[in-house]
Design a protein around this ligand. Structure first.
Ligand SMILES: C[S@@+](CC[C@H](N)C(=O)[O-])C[C@H]1O[C@@H](n2cnc3c(N)ncnc32)[C@H](O)[C@@H]1O
Length: 290
C-alpha cells in the first residue's frame, strides 16, 4: 500500500489517517521478519520507542508504510544496516553522569582491591566512551593491570569506533569537566592526543580490553564477572525482556559482584530485586548478595 509521499504526516510518525491496529500488526510482522532473516531480536523492545524509530526510517527511505519498510529490509542487507543504526540508540559520553563515577571510585574500587584479578563486562558499551572512562578510573587506582575488560554491543559499527578510540575533539571540554566532577585529579588531556578534529585516546588504556559483538537478547553469558556495567540499555527493553537480561547478569556475576545500571534503570519489579543490596543511596550500584 503506497501512499503519496505528500500524505499528511506527523513528525517521525505515521500519516495521520493510519490505522493503529493495522500499524501494530505491521510492526510485529516486520520485527518477526527481521528476527528470522537476520537474527536481530527487537520483538521485546519498548513499543513506543521502536515505533518512533521505524517511522523515522520509513521517512528517510522515502517509503509510505511499515510494510514497505519490511519488503525493503528483508531483501536488502544494506537497508537493514541502516535500520539497525536507528534501532540501536548509541548516544553516550565520557564520564556520563559524573556522580556515578565518583561513587564507583569511592564505593566499588575498595571491593575490587580485594581481588587478585578483576573481570569487568561493559554490556551495550556503544562507541566505547564508557569503557575508556572506567579504564581511566582503574588506571588511576593502580588496578588496570590486573583487570580484564570485556566490552560488548549488538552494533558492529559502534564497536569499530570503540576500538579506534577516537572521540570528537569538540566534546573534550565537556568530558574534562565530567572527569573532574567524577573525582579525577590529573590533567585530562594527558589521556589523549589531538589529531585533526579527533582526540585519540592512549591505546594503553585498552591494553586489557576486548571489544566484541554480543546480543543481550539472544546470546548467553560468557564468563563470571566482578562488575557488570549495563547503563542506559535496559530502558529500551520491555519489562519481560528486562527480566531475562537481569537473569543473564545474575548468572554472570560472582557472589558479591557488582551490577551498575543507568540512572533511569532499576532492579525493581525484576525477580532478582532481593538478590542484591544497594551500595549507594543515589547511584544505581548493586551488590549480588545471594
Ligand atoms: C544509549 S547506548 C548506552 C551506551 C553506554 N552504556 C552509556 O550509558 O553511555 C545503548 C547501547 O545499547 C546497545 N544495545 C541495544 N540493544 C542491545 C542488545 N540487544 N544487546 C547488546 N547491546 C544492545 C546499542 O547498540 C547502544 O550502543
Amino acid at each position: 500500500m503506497a501512499l503519496p509521499l505528500t500524505a499528511e504526516r506527523s513528525l517521525a510518525g505515521p500519516p495521520v489517517s493510519y490505522d493503529s491496529g493495522l500499524e501494530r500488526i505491521e510492526i510485529e510482522l516486520l520485527l518477526e521478519g527481521i528476527y528470522r532473516q537476520y537474527g536481530f531480536d527487537f520483538r521485546s523492545y519498548a513499543y513506543a520507542s521502536i515505533r518512533r524509530r521505524l517511522w523515522k526510517r520509513v521517512q528517510s527511505e522515502r517509503l509510505s508504510s511499515i510494510s514497505d519498510l519490511q519488503a525493503l529490509v528483508l531483501h536488502d542487507g544494506a537497508a537493514m544496516e541502516r535500520l539497525l543504526l536507528d534501532l540501536s540508540v548509541s548516544v553516550t559520553a565520557m564520564f556520563r553522569d559524573p556522580p556515578f563515577y565518583r561513587a564507583f571510585r569511592d564505593v566499588v574500587l575498595p571491593h575490587l582491591r580485594t581481588y587478585p584479578f578483576v573481570r569487568i563486562w561493559h554490556a551495550g558499551c556503544s562507541s566505547g566512551e564508557e569503557v575508556y572512562s572506567t579504564a581511566i578510573v582503574l588506571e588511576e587506582a593502580g588496578l588496570l593491570d590486573r583487570t580484564r575488560i570485556y566490552a560488548t554491543d549488538i552494533n558492529e559499527a559502534v564497536l569499530h569506533r570503540a576500538r579506534a578510540g577516537i572521540f570528537p575533539l569538540s566534546r573534550m571540554q565537556e568530558y574534562t569537566e565530567n572527569y573532574i566532577r567524577a573525582g579525577g585529579t590529573r590533567s585530562f588531556s594527558e589521556y589523549y592526543t589531538a589529531k585533526y578534529d579527533g582526540a585519540l585516546f592512549s591505546p594503553s588504556l585498552t591494553r586489557n580490553t576486548v571489544f566484541s559483538p554480543h546480543n543481550l537478547v539472544t546470546d548467553r553469558s560468557f564468563s563470571e564477572f566482578h562488575v557488570v556495567f549495563c547503563r542506559n540499555v535496559l530502558i529500551y527493553f520491555d519489562r519481560e525482556l528486562q527480566n531475562r537480561v537481569h537473569a543473564l547478569f545474575y548468572e554472570s556475576l560472582v557472589t558479591f559482584g557488582i551490577l551498575a545500571l543507568g540512572s533511569k534503570e532499576s532492579l525493581r519489579f525484576s525477580q532478582y530485586e532481593d538478590c542484591y543490596e544497594r551500595l549507594d543511596p543515589k547511584e544505581k550500584l548493586f551488590r549480588k548478595v545471594r
